[in-house]
Design a protein around this ligand. Structure first.
Ligand SMILES: [Zn+2]
Ligand SMILES: [Zn+2]
Length: 667
């Protein structure tokens, strides 16, 4: 027995600055904050104890480390504010309509929602009323309290209150887990927490209820349809304002709207998830594909084309039939007198590429073998998930597989990252992140092989000059992977590129090569893509540029617009001179006012409008108006032809073109 009784009732608490203090057992995070400074206590919203975020009211009973959080800890603050908002929303609804049943109310991106069972739909007026009441609840600064109940008590409580959804939720909680109740003033909710200290910590001017939508209980269409109220919440009025500005900007840049304005594509019910590309859109698409094709060729890839419809037996061998069956479109083909053949539209190209690899004997000298395909794939996405170009059922992958020896993984990965960064830069994306996913719990292959493959990906990333973020345990069962995430002009992230190491598929499908001592060996396969899908990438490209595509990608680069109708054939002369050097141009000699024409072509995002009037005819010039620039510029026709054709040259061909010109100059 210890001689010092009082020390027995104390715990050692390590603070975030590394120092340590002793406190009585049962002290709360809030009391520690107060001990450190009164102003900190006032600002504090929650704490992290031994790595777990928890309420400031949690009693500490063992030695631990603690970090006190304030609203400066952005992510934690936003999470808590939004979570408390959801509770305050539900409290407000039940204060106005005591018979409404409550269900769940999680935090989502930018905000929160809560699902209610209420017979009458919420009207706009109702939403205003709820919002006003939420603000007055916030003003009350009601304390948030946490209690742990036993299961019986909780079930009886909800039976009495006639809250069937809460009873269902409790029944879903594993028996060994605590039932936690949170009180916001007199109103309580079943919840895991954590929460803020009092309702007043939600800034009253920084949230907004945004819309009401139907949602099935537990997301199951067999269940009752509930009413979901959505809201957004931030730390300050300014942050809320910025959010709405971003939203407006995103709407302005919506690729579906731009697709219409620029006459690129449309969608219709009869081919849900497949795109009807119009002439403009297809010009953009094929210009991008031609560019990618040149980049691949220059980087040692060989293009192939494999079948669209493939018998199920190959999908069974590859394992896709087992794992991917739900996403595959099945096609039955009648065979005379025999049972119909079951085929699938290919959801990916990998097994077909292995079939090409497997033709003939391969030696180590054939490796690395880089096989590329602009592979048209089909995947049966649920109709609710389809979204313009961003989520489709029919798409073209810029797919390639590198068959290589294990010791080539590193150099091939480095080469790939370099190629990918060139492509992203050419397409206007200067910022991207790399995520590295290492071994998952369930995996094929030995730990030594994983060690080497992971090391290869990591050092290749470093050698290419990049850092990576670790996605622990997120690799595929057949190998580690890299993911490449673009950041667009609105700061949104888009995962586009991937590189996945695969030890399994080549073996499953019987691929081998003869190594340098004459033995048969299984190659490693690297699955890799840069754009991902052309459809989605074009969607991202449109939103990133707000439709102002790089000049070389613009479907129509120049519209030559006449001011008056009596300018003879000069306008046609300009057009044919432009076309001769490969510029994509159109003539607009309609009898319309020039301002009207300029406005119309600006809406369809034509990069350059070349205005031609009597003055220009006389001086053999054009008046160039660039999209987004106020000041027009008069240029001699001959100069314009040279300058614009240079500007229209795809970036990968530019160096060559400049050299060409230099040769001409020195002659
Ligand atoms: Zn909650
Ligand atoms: Zn693949």
């Amino acid at each position: 027995m210890s001689l010092n009784l009082t020390e027995d009732h104390k715990i050692a608490v390590e603070l975030s600055d590394g120092s340590s203090r002793r406190y009585p057992t049962g002290i709360t995070g809030f009391e520690i904050a107060k001990d450190l400074s009164t102003s900190l206590a006032k600002k504090s919203i929650a704490c992290t104890v031994n790595g777990n975020l928890t309420d400031l009211s949690t009693k500490l009973t063992t030695d631990c480390s603690i970090t006190i959080h304030t609203s400066k800890d952005t992510e934690i603050a936003l999470e808590l504010i939004r979570h408390d908002c959801a509770h305050i929303l539900a409290r407000a609804v039940q204060e106005i309509w005591p018979n409404v049943k409550v269900t769940i109310g999680p935090v989502i991106q930018d905000g929160f929602f809560y699902d209610f069972d209420k017979d009458e739909p919420f009207s706009e007026n109702d939403i205003d009323k709820i919002e006003a009441l939420m603000r007055s609840i916030i003003e009350k600064k009601d304390a948030v309290k946490k209690e742990t109940w036993d299961r019986e008590k909780a079930l009886n409580f909800y039976k009495e209150k006639n809250e069937p959804y809460k009873i269902e939720l409790i029944q879903d909680i594993p028996v060994n887990e605590d039932i936690k109740m949170y009180w916001h003033g007199d109103w309580q909710d079943l919840c895991r927490g954590p929460h803020l200290v009092h309702t007043g910590q939600v800034p009253a001017d920084s949230f907004k209820l945004t819309r009401v939508a139907g949602a099935y209980w537990k997301g199951n269409s067999k269940n009752k349809m509930l009413q979901r109220i959505y809201g957004v919440a931030f730390r300050s009025k300014e942050e809320l304002k910025q959010y709405f500005l971003r939203l407006e900007e995103a709407e302005r840049r919506d690729h579906r709207k731009l697709g219409k304005d620029m006459e690129l594509f449309h969608l219709q019910e009869e081919a849900a998830g497949s795109i009807f590309w119009h002439p403009n859109g297809w010009k953009l698409y094929s210009t991008l594909q031609e560019y990618m094709s040149r980049k691949l060729e220059n980087n040692g890839y060989a293009e192939v084309k494999t079948p669209q419809i493939v018998d199920r037996s190959l999908w069974e061998k590859s394992g896709h039939w087992d794992k991917f069956r739900e996403n595959m479109f099945i096609v039955e083909v009648d065979e005379q007198d025999k049972a119909p053949r079951i085929n699938a539209l290919k959801p990916m190209n990998c097994p077909c590429h292995v079939q090409i690899y497997n033709q003939g004997i391969k030696s180590y000298r054939d490796l690395p073998l880089r096989m590329a395909e602009f592979g048209a794939c089909h995947r049966n996405e649920p109709s609710g998930a389809l979204h313009g170009l961003m989520r489709v059922r029919a798409f073209l992958q810029d797919d390639a597989h590198i068959f290589c020896a294990e010791q080539q993984i590193e150099s091939e990965t480095k080469k790939f990252i370099e190629l990918l960064s060139e492509v992203y830069k050419d397409l206007g994306f200067t910022e991207f992140k790399i995520k590295f996913s290492d071994r998952p719990e369930n995996r094929a292959g030995s730990d030594q092989v994983w060690d080497r493959a992971e090391q290869a990906l990591k050092s290749a990333t470093k050698m290419a000059g990049y850092d990576f973020l670790l996605n622990k345990g997120e690799g595929a069962f057949y190998g580690p992977k890299l993911e490449f995430v673009l950041t667009d002009a609105l700061g949104r992230d888009w995962q586009c590129g991937t590189l996945q190491v695969d030890f399994v598929l080549p073996e499953r499908l019987g691929s081998t090569y003869i190594n340098n001592i004459g033995e048969k060996q299984v190659p490693v396969m690297l699955h890799r893509a840069i754009l991902g899908s052309f459809e989605r990438f074009i969607g991202i490209l449109l939103e990133n540029t707000a439709g102002r595509l790089p000049f070389w990608l613009a479907p129509t680069q120049i519209v030559i617009a006449s001011i008056t109708t009596n300018i003879g054939n000069y306008i046609d002369e300009v057009a044919s001179a432009f076309k001769k050097v490969g510029l994509r141009c159109k003539v607009d000699d309609r009898n319309e006012k020039i301002n009207y024409k300029v406005r119309e072509h600006s809406i369809s995002k034509i990069p350059i409008i070349a205005v031609v009037g009597e003055k220009e005819v006389k001086s053999r010039t054009i008046n160039v108006r660039r999209l987004g620039l106020k000041e027009p510029q008069t240029i001699a026709l001959d100069d314009a032809i040279g300058e614009l054709s240079m500007e229209a040259t795809p970036p990968d061909l530019k160096l060559g073109k400049e050299l060409d010109n230099r040769v001409i100059v020195t002659k």
